[in-house]
Design a binder for this molecule. Sequence first.
Ligand code: IDP
Ligand code: MG
Length: 133
Amino acid sequence: MAIESTFIMVKPDGVRRGLVGEVISRFENKGLTLDKMRMLTIDDDLASRHYAEHVDKPFYGELAAFITSGPVVAMQWSGESAVVVARTLMGTTNPAEAAPGTIRGDLGAIITENIVHGSDSPTSAERELGLYF
Ligand code: IDP
Ligand code: MG
């Protein structure tokens, strides 16, 4: 048990669909604390650093085109076990299979356009927060 910080981002589909408030509300209602927030449009260089683990994957071209397609809202959230708490709220990667009650399960249906990014470990969180803040 430990207080952690995690990096959460509303992706371009979430911003376009007007879901920023909905996503923020879910994290607030869970009891996490919003520490930092900024809106920006990701360029190709930042996309390749953010998704460094995926640059060689077959879906990277589609992923990079999508993540640079419009503004995102980048955030730092903190709280007890914040990394896993946030991932649980988000739901599994593919919204088509994500459980109802999760952000992706309730709001999405397409794997690329899954509304929200969240760090998958405290190590990833530290690296990703350093890219944006
Ligand atoms: P995560 O966002 O749940 O951590 P990752 O495996 O890290 O999932 O993948 C990063 C992002 O890449 C996903 O959120 C999704 O938008 C996209 N993605 C992952 N796997 C696929 C795929 O097989 N096809 C298309 N897009 C994918
Ligand atoms: Mg990931």
